[in-house]
Design a protein around this ligand. Structure first.
Ligand SMILES: [Zn+2]
Length: 387
C-alpha cells in the first residue's frame, strides 16, 4: 500500500514538473524570433512611430501557450508589458483549439492526431478541457478575461463599440491603457452547434475564422482535403454571426468558402493574418481577385509577418505585401496581422514594430498612409462595424 502511494506521489510530482516546464519548452521551440530585442531604427522612423496614437494588430495566438500575459515574457512574441513598450493600443488574441500532427500548408486530414491535446494536458488544464474543443476555447477566453481584469483600469476587453471608444478616450491621457479583443481560429471549436456560437459570443469572442488547417463542420480549409465551400451548417453559422456581430475571418478558408461567404455575408469581413499571391504564390495567400472582392465588401486585410505567408527575408516581403494591397485597392484596406505566437518564426517580436514603419517610409509611404496601416484602418473598421 505504501509503495503504491509513493508511486502515485512520484507520478504526481513528475506531472507537476511537466506542467511547469513542458509548455514553456514547447513555446520556445515553436515561437522563436530571428533577431532578439532591442531593435534599432533610424531616428526619423522612431519619431514617426512615436507620433502614432493607435497601433493595432489583427492576430496573435499568445493564449495557447499558458504564459501569464500580464508579465513580461522572456520568450514568445507578445504580452501586455511588451504591447505597452511598443505603444500598441489593441491586439486581437485568437484561440487555437486543434492542430493536426504534421501540420502543413498543402493538405491536412481532420483525423490526424491533435497536437493541442498533449499541450492541454501538459498545461495542467482541467480534464474537462482535455478532449473538448469548446471547453478549451472557453478556458482560453476566461484566461484573457482574467488577464484583463487583473490589470484594473490599465486594460480593456473590447466587446463593443462603446468599449473601443472607452479605450480611445483613455489613451488620450494614458498610453499604458491597452485593449484586447478575442477571436477563434477554426470553427471546429463550436463542435457543430449553434448554441456554442452563442456561448463564445457571451465569452467575448468577436471574430471567427471558419476553418483552420483541416476541413470541419463549416466546410473546406485552404490546407484541407475537400476544397469544399460552406456546408449548410456553415451557412447557418455565418447568418448567426452576422446577426450577433461576430466578424468573419477568411484566413485559412478554401477559395470556395471565401467566395461563398463574400456572396452571403451582410457585414464586412476580415482576413486576420495573410500574405498575397503576388508576393508569395502560396495556397494560404490571397489572389488579386480575392483582394478586390474583399475591398468591395468593405473588408480589412491583415498582413502576416512570417516566411510561409510573405516569403524570406520577411521584412522586405511584409512591406511588399502591404504595398501590393495598397496599390491594388487602396491603403484603407490593409492592416497588420502578425500571427505572433502562432507557431511561427518571426523576424522580431512586437517591440520591433518600428521596423515596419521604417520599411514603409523607405517604400515611399506617406505619414498618413503609415498611420492607416499601423492601426487607424483597424480602428475605423471596428468603430464602423462593432455594435
Ligand atoms: Zn493561422
Amino acid at each position: 500500500m505504501k509503495k503504491l502511494i509513493l508511486f502515485f506521489l512520484v507520478l504526481f510530482v513528475i506531472y507537476l514538473i511537466g506542467v511547469y516546464t513542458i509548455p514553456s519548452y514547447i513555446e520556445a521551440q515553436r515561437n522563436p524570433v530571428k533577431t532578439q530585442a532591442p531593435y534599432q531604427v533610424s531616428p526619423e522612423a522612431q519619431q514617426l512611430y512615436d507620433r502614432l496614437d493607435f497601433i493595432s494588430d489583427l492576430h496573435c495566438d499568445a493564449l495557447l501557450w499558458g504564459r501569464n500575459l500580464t508579465k513580461r515574457g522572456n520568450q514568445g512574441h507578445v504580452d501586455f508589458p511588451r504591447m505597452r513598450e511598443a505603444n500598441v493600443a489593441l491586439e486581437m488574441f485568437t484561440i487555437v483549439s486543434k492542430s493536426p500532427a504534421g501540420q502543413n500548408m498543402q493538405s491536412n486530414s481532420a483525423d490526424a492526431f491533435d497536437n493541442i491535446t498533449p499541450l492541454t494536458i501538459a498545461k495542467g488544464e482541467s480534464p474537462a478541457n482535455w478532449f473538448s474543443l469548446i471547453n478549451r476555447t472557453l478556458s482560453q477566453s476566461e484566461a484573457l478575461f482574467d488577464f484583463v481584469e487583473n490589470e484594473g483600469e490599465k486594460a480593456i476587453f473590447i466587446r463593443s463599440k462603446a468599449d473601443l471608444e472607452k479605450l480611445i478616450e483613455a489613451r488620450k491621457t494614458d498610453k499604458s491603457v491597452i485593449g484586447a479583443m478575442l477571436g477563434i481560429e477554426g470553427g471546429h471549436a463550436l463542435e457543430g452547434t449553434l448554441e456554442n456560437l452563442d456561448k463564445v459570443y457571451e465569452a467575448g469572442v468577436r471574430m471567427i475564422g471558419p476553418t483552420h488547417f483541416f476541413d470541419n463542420e463549416f466546410g473546406g480549409s485552404a490546407h484541407g482535403q475537400s476544397g469544399e465551400g460552406l456546408t449548410e451548417f456553415g451557412k447557418k453559422v455565418i447568418t448567426r454571426m452576422n446577426e450577433l456581430g461576430i466578424f468573419i475571418d477568411l484566413a485559412h478558408s478554401s477559395p470556395a468558402i471565401v467566395d461563398d461567404i463574400l456572396n452571403q455575408t451582410t457585414k464586412p469581413v476580415m482576413v486576420s493574418h495573410t500574405g498575397v499571391r503576388a508576393v508569395l504564390d502560396s495556397q494560404r495567400n490571397l489572389s488579386d481577385a480575392q483582394i478586390q472582392k474583399i475591398a468591395a465588401n468593405g473588408g480589412i486585410i491583415g498582413i502576416a509577418f512570417f516566411d510561409m505567408a510573405v516569403g524570406e527575408p520577411e521584412l522586405p516581403n511584409i512591406i511588399a505585401s502591404i504595398k501590393h494591397v495598397r496599390d491594388l485597392v487602396g491603403v484603407e484596406y490593409v492592416a497588420l496581422g502578425s500571427d505572433y505566437d502562432g507557431s511561427v518564426a518571426v523576424p522580431f517580436d512586437i517591440t520591433g514594430l518600428p521596423l515596419i514603419v521604417e520599411g514603409l517610409m523607405k517604400a515611399g509611404f506617406t505619414e498618413e498612409e503609415i498611420r492607416a496601416v499601423m492601426g487607424e484602418n483597424m480602428k475605423r473598421f471596428l468603430l464602423k462595424n462593432l455594435s
